[in-house]
Design a protein. Structure first.
Lengths: 255, 380
């Protein structure tokens, strides 16, 4: 964490709790950088998170109001706080299992209602904290502690999911695209309504070691190889798009 | 904690309400301005009335995607400064249990109305029961205390809803109004006063929101947006909200306090009503709708010169252990008729010194006064 952002951290916080090579520390940095660039007062912010590694990004690290909730329910808690006190700027930060599997219903309904929340989904494609089980976001064929021969189900396309449910804005970037991510987080914070970012964040501990990415750097390199912009994707054939992750900002054609 | 007198939000005087309508009006009068719920028989008309009346009192009404979202959004709203409520029935109450445990551990004041219907499972959605009493006490995992109230009239659906909010604010605890289908849909006269006493949670800038010097204390409670940089978590935490997930001492202290703060104050919390108990040979211990039949039965038996009495529990949790023990030492028998398979019977037997006779009825019908009279005749 860069020292110039220390003012945004709760006094006494000395380090992140994340494993070596985890992308969540980078994401933590980028969220604070976006807030810093927009000069948002942290006393106006409420950070809501669920259970799992990503739930620890804001709680207890961010020096603001934080609500660390039940597994899967961060968006429901955030809805109550935002609807009762609309002056709060509410950001939900949680993991893919939390927000899209156990909490999937709350995600699509908040998108349908266009509730004024920013939801940042740190997607490591696996259940990290509980020991590397298959997630609703694990790529087809990924080896996990509950699919040693490879997953047999397709993952969600999270941006399409929330756009289909009515969200006006969704974005997907990896932590290897920090400039684009800061821009997307700033877009969310300055847009009224439901906004969503899927952030691809490597988990070398649980995903990498089961899928032959021996070092954290291998996982970063993989993300850099696989992630392409939506403009690049538009020029590629279906065959070329195989195993690629299309990143960018997506809108629903709604104001 | 501070109490204040406020004007009623509904014209004073006599009104003809259903029990569920009375709950909605009681909540609004007590200061409830956030409601989240999901449709379920037989409690939906609480939500329907709130959705209309909140337009007039500037409350925030949310129809959520399920009961889990309802309880969770209520907790979020309470931490944003609201007095908030949800209402449900059996299956929805089951879905809310994880959120109830979260509210107990984070000491979140809120009110849940459970209009009980015949279970288990989907059971009989439109039929009456009092089958959720033990779930109210033990429904979520771990050790915690709640407060649960059992109204027997439409007037009490109103009055005890106000009490529920006041108790929640005083003790920072989830409070349940355990209505039954029969009282939710019964219509009778309710008297509303011009003013009422309400409690607001104590605030103290900079004070720790999750700890007190006493091991049974109730800490002050700030809200989001007040610059307190609050840390709220459903994991074990210290007095400032910092997670302490493997500290045996922190867990012991927190769990003890959230239990002790209710148990140590139970004499102040518990409300009961006694009728003809001074010289009674057999006392009926009853609560909720069944107590109406018991009152009829006791009056009938007294007119025949039989020494019957009635102990009515308005508060079922915390349990009136001392009152039941004292009562049992002065009478020959206690009789407890219930619209379940003996849920409160077990609790009465735990504390009663003498004989306890029970009657269980789980046919989706109320216990008729004639049934109580017949059973009591065989005991007197």
């Amino acid at each position: 964490m860069a020292r110039d952002l220390e003012a945004y951290l709760r006094p006494g916080i000395a380090s992140t709790p994340f494993c070596p090579g985890c992308g969540h520390g980078i994401l933590m940095n980028l969220i604070l950088r976006a807030i810093d660039e927009l000069e948002i007062d942290m006393d106006e912010m409420l950070f809501v998170s669920g259970i799992g590694c990503a739930g620890w990004i804001p709680s207890p690290h961010f020096n603001a109001d934080t609500l660390h909730t039940l597994h899967g329910r961060a968006i429901a808690f955030a809805t109550g706080a935002k609807m009762f006190n609309p002056k709060l700027k509410v950001m939900v930060i949680s993991g893919d299992g939390d927000l899209t599997s156990i909490g999937g219903n709350h995600l699509i309904h908040a998108a349908r209602r266009n509730t004024d929340l920013t939801v940042i989904c740190a997607n490591n494609m696996i259940y990290g904290m509980t020991g590397g089980q298959a997630a609703s976001t694990s790529p087809l064929g990924a080896r996990t502690s509950t699919s040693m021969d490879g997953t047999i189900y397709r993952p969600f396309d999270l941006c399409k999911l929330v756009l289909g449910a009515g969200a006006p804005y969704a974005a997907r970037f990896a932590v290897t695209q920090p400039v684009s991510l800061i821009k997307a987080i700033k877009s969310c914070l300055t847009t009224t309504g439901f906004t969503f970012i899927e952030v691809l964040s490597p988990c070398p501990t649980q995903f990498g070691r089961r899928n032959r990415y021996e070092s954290p750097a291998d996982m970063m390199n993989l993300l850099m190889e696989r992630c392409i912009s939506k403009d690049e994707a538009a020029r590629m054939s279906v065959e070329q798009l195989k195993d690629r992750i299309v990143t960018g900002e997506f809108t629903n054609g709604r104001p | 904690m501070s109490s204040k007198i406020v004007d009623n939000t509904f014209p004073a005087g006599s009104h003809y309400f259903s029990g569920n309508e009375a709950v909605a009006e009681g909540a609004i009068a007590a200061g409830c301005r956030y409601y989240a719920g999901y449709p379920i028989t037989p409690s939906s008309d609480i939500m329907e009335r709130i959705s209309v009346r909140f337009n007039e009192v500037h409350g925030v009404f949310m129809q959520m995607e399920d009961e889990i979202a309802s309880i969770c959004s209520v907790i979020g709203a309470v931490w944003a400064g609201a007095k908030a409520m949800t209402a449900t029935s059996g299956p929805g109450f089951s879905l809310m249990q994880e959120g109830i445990g979260y509210a107990a551990l984070t000491e979140t004041p809120l009110v849940i109305v459970d209009i009980q219907r015949a279970g288990p499972g989907t059971g009989q959605a439109t039929r009456v029961a009092s089958g959720d009493l033990m779930q109210a006490k033990w429904g979520s995992h771990g050790d915690y205390q709640v407060i649960a109230l059992c109204p027997w009239s439409v007037q009490e659906m109103y009055d005890l809803t106000i009490d529920a909010f006041n108790l929640a604010e005083q003790y920072r605890v989830p409070v349940f109004l355990m209505g039954e289908e029969a009282i939710g849909h019964l219509r009778e006269r309710v008297e509303l006063k011009t003013a009422l006493t309400v409690f607001d949670r104590e605030k103290k800038k900079g004070a720790p929101p999750f700890g007190t010097k006493q091991d049974d204390g109730i800490p002050p409670m700030p809200a989001f947006g007040e610059g307190e940089k609050l840390l709220v978590t459903g994991s074990t935490h210290n007095e400032r909200g910092i997670r302490k997930t493997d500290d045996p001492e922190a867990h012991t202290r927190l769990v003890a306090r959230i239990n002790n703060k209710i148990l140590a104050n139970r004499d102040k919390i518990i409300q009961t009503e006694s009728l003809y108990t001074d010289d009674a040979e057999v006392v009926i211990v009853s609560y909720g709708f069944t107590a109406r039949s018991c009152l009829f039965a006791v009056n009938q038996l007294r007119s025949e010169g039989k020494r019957a009495g009635l102990l009515r529990l308005k508060t079922i949790w915390p349990f009136a252990d001392r009152i039941v023990r004292e009562m049992s030492s002065t009478v020959k028998k206690l009789f407890i008729p219930e619209m379940n398979r003996g849920q409160l019977m077990g609790e009465v037997m735990k504390y009663a010194k003498g004989e306890v006779i029970a009657y269980h009825q789980t046919d989706g019908e109320i216990i008729h006064p004639s049934t109580v009279i017949e059973k009591m005749r065989s005991l007197l």
